[in-house]
Write a protein that binds this ligand. Structure first.
Ligand code: ZN
Length: 264
């Protein structure tokens, strides 16, 4: 007997031959949207605006593939234009690539997009005083296929310094990583759960991820407890008090209305 697989046809589960090709509704939906956008899409790639931009980027990148260093033959959108239409003319989102590297990048993107359709990626923003227990909360709840942005851990990774130390010049680089992550998240569904750990809420995040379903958590450990923990860890509290004050100020301005408050 030929092997069978489970497929969804018009939304109903059915057993079909293992080698049958079933186009899921999600694919059809994707194609429909794509066809509607197709005319704008083609218009854009035939426009003088795009041709000029493409030449500029090739000059900027010395006509070298930004992945492998061989001769570049085209200009690629780092975040695909179909995922982020507004960013299609942003030079920071463009790079010269060779044909091979572009082929593999596009394949990875297509696979990711297909996987993403079956995934309901959750995004959780976690804020709170330093030493309130944010990282601990994430560790307790994170799964096997998650992405965690945690300022302190990235600082440690970039500088090789112990946790909660760092240097002021590396701060910009941690910030760059954060912004890249936000822009990529806007267009993707790759993970089960994304955790963004920070001291206080970030407005840039709110506007970039406005279209996404974002959960907000405030780890509401009281200030005295956090201070005790910080001094036990031997940390320099003078810098951290500023961050705590800012958080208090935001609390008094009622900036945490949509945050779920968790004691830790
Ligand atoms: Zn290449």
């Amino acid at each position: 007997m030929p092997s069978k697989k489970l497929a969804f046809i018009n939304g109903r589960p059915q057993l079909v031959d293992a080698n049958a090709r079933v186009r899921s509704e999600a694919d059809r939906q994707y194609n429909r949207v794509r066809n509607e956008q197709q005319s704008d899409y083609l218009k854009f790639y035939h426009s003088n605006e795009w041709k000029q931009l493409r030449d500029q980027i090739l000059i900027r990148d010395n006509s070298l593939c930004q992945r492998c260093g061989l001769q570049a033959s085209l200009v690629d959108h780092i975040v695909p234009s179909e995922d982020d239409w507004e960013d299609r003319t942003n030079a920071d989102n463009l790079q010269a690539l060779c044909r091979d590297c572009h082929y593999w990048k596009t394949r990875r993107e297509t696979t990711k997009r297909k996987k993403g359709q079956h995934r309901a990626m959750k995004i959780t923003v976690i804020v709170g005083y330093p030493a309130s227990g944010k990282s601990t909360y994430v560790k307790r709840h994170q799964g096997q296929h998650d992405l965690v942005y945690d300022y302190d851990h990235i600082m440690t990774a970039l500088t090789g310094l112990p946790l909660h130390q760092g240097n002021i010049d590396a701060n910009d680089y941690v910030q760059l990583i954060y912004e890249l992550i936000l822009r990529k998240l806007k267009a993707e569904q790759s993970f089960d759960h994304v955790w963004l750990v920070m001291t206080y809420p970030d407005e840039k995040l709110e506007s970039l991820l406005a279209s996404r379903d974002v959960e907000h958590i405030l780890i509401d450990t009281d200030r005295d407890t956090c201070m005790q923990r910080l001094s036990k860890q031997g940390r320099d509290v003078s810098q951290l008090i500023k961050a705590m004050n800012k958080l208090d100020e935001m609390k008094s301005e009622n900036k945490f209305a949509k945050f779920k408050k968790i004691k830790n």
